[in-house]
Design a protein around this ligand. Structure first.
Ligand code: GLA
Length: 391
């Protein structure tokens, strides 16, 4: 068996075994959903713009067995709560807490949409680091959404499940996020990035062959934790909505780069800079997709770096740790680097020649130590498969 297949079989067997230990029965199935790296296109999703994420090998997996009653019993390999037992008929956004808000939020949304969700026992395990900007929450939502969709025979499409996950995030967790993370988790295919138009929700698979170009994408998890249910993310979203309203467009997606000069005269400085980030970022996503098609991954470095500068200076969602990771990567051979995800902490990515990987890693560790920052977690990622049933 190839290594990947053997690892996958072990992940499935582990989840099933842990489930059986707790619930004294075999699960009906095991499902997994990946976290993601966003290659480019940040905060553009809720502006009806473009994003280009890819799934990573870190996944959330759930082992689930349906019950005869309307009780849900949940346990995870992390968190100290032990077994959480709830009556599904009494679920409401206000009474779901901690990690269980993700699986229960999905069950609640499905119920709101008319799916009859029976009671279930669920074991959750995840290798997606939390608070790292790699969509650990979407990974849980998507794994659970797929599992309940299959087991309840709801036959919702992946595109519909994206919206189920997003609604759980928005209405239960309380984070006013877009469709980027759930789309990456559910729509990705191995070896590709997903080019998504967040207005039409059309997704296109874009080949992203790192190995063929002798390149590596390094993730630098700064371990500065962030949460989008706090005010900063919502404040950025509000600025974008204000900008669109003042400029008289349905969404910032509708502005072109050559219209920015005129927009400058109509907006206060801060709102203008927020708008400029979104408009130029949409343009960078389109340029990245074109560059990948024409020349491959070696051609996109400068676009990634330009995206970071725009987030640092115009959208103001970076932090000293992310900036240091980007600057150090660039000074040590990276073709491009940027923070990824919602910002205010989390991870940066660097596109580097495979031959310089060890040196770049070391340089970043050294720079963080000199700056007195917490030691970052650095690892390579490749574009992995999207969510699916694995057992
Ligand atoms: C978070 C949100 C996404 C998206 C990104 C920023 O990951 O969940 O919807 O807005 O931030 O691009």
């Amino acid at each position: 068996m190839a290594n990947g297949k053997r690892d996958q079989a072990k992940v499935t067997a582990d989840a099933a075994a842990r489930f059986a230990e707790v619930f004294r029965a075999a699960p009906d199935g095991v499902w997994q959903a990946p976290g993601r790296v966003n290659l480019i296109g940040e905060h553009t999703d809720y502006n009806e713009g473009f994003v280009l994420p890819f799934a990573i090998g870190h996944t959330a997996r759930v082992a689930v067995r349906l019950r005869e009653d309307s009780t849900a019993r949940l346990i995870s390999s992390y968190g100290d709560e032990g077994l959480v037992t709830v009556d599904l008929t009494r679920l409401a956004p206000s009474n779901m807490q901690g990690w269980t808000a993700y699986p229960l939020g999905v069950a609640w949304v499905l119920g709101q949409q008319g799916v009859r969700v029976p009671g279930f026992d669920l074991f959750l395990d995840s290798s997606v680091p939390t608070g790292a900007g790699l969509s650990s929450s979407a990974a849980i939502e998507c794994a659970v959404a797929l599992a309940l969709n299959d087991l309840a025979g709801a036959a919702l499409s992946r595109e519909e499940l994206v919206l189920v996950g997003q609604r759980a995030e928005n209405e239960v967790v309380g984070a006013p996020t877009g469709i980027l993370d759930q789309s990456a988790s559910l729509l990705s295919t191995e070896g590709h990035a997903v080019f998504l138009d967040c207005r039409s929700r059309q997704a296109e698979q874009v080949p992203f062959d790192l190995a063929g170009s002798q390149l590596v994408v390094l993730v630098v998890d700064t371990r500065v934790s962030h949460a989008h249910a706090t005010g900063d993310y919502a404040a950025r979203r509000a600025s974008c909505e204000l900008g669109a309203e003042v400029l008289g467009v349905p969404a910032l997606r509708d502005l072109r780069v050559d219209e920015l000069a005129e927009a400058a005269g109509l907006l206060d400085d801060e709102t203008f800079r927020r708008v400029r980030h979104i408009v130029t970022e949409n343009d960078r996503v389109l340029c990245t997709v074109a560059a990948l098609a024409e020349q491959g991954p070696t051609a996109v470095g400068e676009l990634l770096t330009a995206s970071h500068l725009s987030m640092r200076d115009d959208f103001e969602i970076s932090c000293p740790e992310l900036d240091l990771a980007v600057e150090t990567a660039l000074a040590n051979g990276a073709l491009g680097a940027r923070m990824t995800g919602g910002g205010f902490g989390g991870s940066a990515i660097a596109l580097i020649p495979a031959a310089t990987e060890a040196g770049t890693r070391q340089a970043i560790l050294t720079a963080f130590r000199h700056a007195g920052f917490r030691e970052p977690d650095i690892f390579a990622v490749t574009p992995a498969a999207g969510a699916g049933r694995i057992g």
